[in-house]
Design a protein around this ligand. Structure first.
Ligand SMILES: [Zn+2]
Length: 225
């Protein structure tokens, strides 16, 4: 199996980054690659998890929101814990764990009170050592963080051991979804673990109710070609 990107993939991705609504036929004619190839390549990049979805880009200024860049200092060992604590807050738009023992957090809000409550919540997190925040006055550039230069490759980690998969990986399909493993040993162990988890999920925990809120809350506006 091929676990890397080639020029065709990168060309397709650039077209999609430019216009997520472009049809396979549009892309095909723009980059001179057959429509079935475009379709197959896009499907492969969706399967591997590189294409996460198709989204809409809004003008934040036009929405009249206030944005703040917040820098949070914490001990290196606590950074992930702090990020985990704040990531589900609706005000938090982006979180980057930085190398110098800090977290950069981009926040957007309409209501000053909500922001105050958010800051009060942060004050309750003992792992936070220090915070600095600055208001965003205007944006001079806003692009997706994923940059598609010619060097862009694919980095897939083995679902079992977590190591980066080199040339020969194993791609298996379980319950309609692809899973990627680095070698046949990991594949065997992963299959066992998967079956075990599936069995225990089917056997026990009947108390798990599927709530319609939980199901719909995650629905993003994805469009299919
Ligand atoms: Zn592995």
């Amino acid at each position: 199996m091929s676990l890397n990107l080639d020029d065709v993939d990168r060309k397709i991705l650039r077209e999609l980054q430019e216009d997520g609504r472009a049809s396979f036929r549009d892309i095909s004619s723009r980059i001179d690659i057959s429509t079935p190839t475009v379709s197959a390549r896009v499907q492969a990049m969706v399967d591997v998890g590189l294409i996460k979805g198709y989204t809409v880009t809004l003008d934040s200024e036009m929405l009249g929101q206030v944005s703040v860049a917040l820098l949070i200092d914490a001990k290196p060992a606590d950074l992930d814990k702090v990020a985990e604590r704040i990531k589900d807050d609706e005000l938090v738009r982006q979180i980057y764990v930085l190398s110098d023992s800090r977290i950069l957090c981009m926040i957007s809000f309409y209501n000053q009170m909500k922001y105050q409550r958010f800051l009060e919540g942060l004050a309750q997190i003992p792992e936070i050592v220090k915070m600095d925040n600055s208001m965003v006055l205007r944006s001079a550039k806003e692009s997706q963080r994923a940059a598609l230069t010619d060097e862009a490759g694919l980095l897939i980690r083995c679902y079992y051991c977590g190591h980066v998969i080199k040339d020969e990986g194993v791609k298996i399909k379980l319950d309609g979804k692809y899973h990627y493993l680095c070698c046949s040993v990991c594949e065997k162990l992963y299959r066992e673990k998967y079956e075990k988890l599936k069995k225990s999920a089917a056997a026990g925990v009947p108390a798990v109710r599927s709530s319609p809120e939980a199901a719909t809350a995650k629905t993003s506006h994805e469009h299919s070609h």
